[in-house]
Design a binder for this molecule. Structure first.
Ligand SMILES: [Zn+2]
Length: 388
């Protein structure tokens, strides 16, 4: 099995326990696993080696919240929102129409392109959701497509109530026939617990049905108001509750005492001109946080985790180390994974090299094309390895 020594690492952010940083570091990977970390001087002999020329390395991003299976865009809605109209959950229906009518091959190409874009931006582990099918067959197809391209698939049949059916009848469908069709292709179930989508009781039914089918739990909660989604997620032991823009003191305390990760979505907050989720207060209270892209055509049409991390530092009051940890190890925790989100011996070889001497440049030079090379499960992208 071929081993590779990577040297020329000016700064290694391992996020192993903390955002630990080693100077003049080296990393050895073998097949898809990290085998050794240490000072370049002490590096073991390997089959091949590559020098990355004095650049910073950090774990690949773990994007624990995205909606990549869609067609069309919502640029007109975005323009209207920037002109002062508020965001409402109903815009999802526009994307449902476009996604149901596009051809299967074209949808596949769209998803593949989006995953590729994310990878080249440093994202090496990705979750994505269904939720633009909203009938049994389209939801099943979306999950099957997602599982071809991403690490973690979430069933979000309970995204919004489609036209022509009552909310309670639709929840019945989601919890029975739709869940049975999608569950073989998903690891998670999620629900949009919000005014205009699903109330707390309906959301609880969805989560209970998902749990009975063997799926892990995720919740879209407290994005547009005090929806009760955070309390429900904590009550049910969900792995993550995402958005968290409107939190009471009680919500923050409950999150801090739970294993539920509060996932904040800085690009979404920015794109909807919403108040930023209180990431600083959550961390200060002792809650676990993750940063994710929420890439979707309505409220956050970007998969750039570099951008999300910069925004979290510049607008949410996090330090660079806190933001990097939330976008790597935090994302992994939100997906209940311990094999990604850190540079540690035994972890998956998911590495992100910046065209910069330190990770600080992510926030210091916002918007610049800093992702220089990526390894995902030991496979390099954007860099030539001699003899590879
Ligand atoms: Zn979302």
């Amino acid at each position: 099995m071929s081993s590779l020594l990577i040297t020329g690492i000016s700064e290694l952010t391992t996020v192993d326990v903390e955002a630990r940083v080693l100077g003049d570091a080296a990393v050895v990977i073998e097949a898809e696993t990290i085998k050794w970390i240490g000072s370049a001087k002490a590096a073991p002999t390997t089959d091949r080696r590559v020098d990355i020329g004095g650049r910073a390395m950090l774990p690949g991003w773990v994007d624990s919240h995205s909606h990549l299976v869609f067609a069309g865009d919502r640029a007109a809605e975005f323009v209207a929102r920037m002109a002062g109209e508020p965001y409402a959950a109903g815009g999802i229906a526009v994307t449902v129409d476009a996604t149901r009518t596009v051809g299967a091959d074209q949808l596949r190409e769209l998803v593949e392109t989006r995953v590729w874009e994310a990878l080249l931006g440093g994202t090496t582990c990705m979750e994505t959701k269904t939720g633009y099918g909203l009938d049994v067959e389209h939801e099943r197809q979306a999950a099957m497509l997602a599982e071809e391209f991403v690490d973690e698939v979430t069933f979000l049949g309970a995204h919004v109530v489609p036209d022509g059916i009552s909310a309670d009848d639709y929840v019945d469908l989601v919890c029975a026939e739709m869940l049975s069709a999608v569950a073989p292709h998903a690891g998670w179930i999620d629900v949009f617990c919000e005014t205009g989508a699903f109330d707390v009781d309906q959301s609880r039914r969805v989560l209970e049905a998902g749990r009975a089918a063997g799926l892990g739990l995720r919740v879209h909660g407290n994005q547009l108001g005090h929806s009760g989604g955070v309390a429900l997620a904590v009550e049910m032991g969900a792995a993550s509750v995402d958005h968290c823009n409107y939190l009471s003191e009680g919500d923050i305390a409950a999150l801090a005492q739970s294993d539920t990760v509060a996932t904040v979505l800085p690009a979404c907050d920015l794109s909807t001109r919403a108040p930023f989720a209180p990431a600083r207060q959550l961390l200060d209270a002792g809650a676990s946080i993750a940063i994710a892209s929420n890439c979707n055509p309505g409220t956050s049409y970007t998969s750039s985790m570099n951008f999300c991390v910069a925004t979290a530092v510049l607008q949410m009051g996090l330090t660079l180390d806190e933001a990097v940890a939330a976008a790597t190890r935090g994302g992994a925790r939100a997906l209940r994974r311990s094999d990604v989100g850190q540079i540690a011996v035994g972890s998956r070889a998911d590495l992100h090299v910046l065209d910069a001497p330190s990770a600080t440049h992510l926030a210091y030079r916002p918007g610049m094309p800093l992702s220089w090379a990526v390894w995902r499960a030991g496979v390099p992208y954007g860099i030539e390895i001699p003899g590879h």
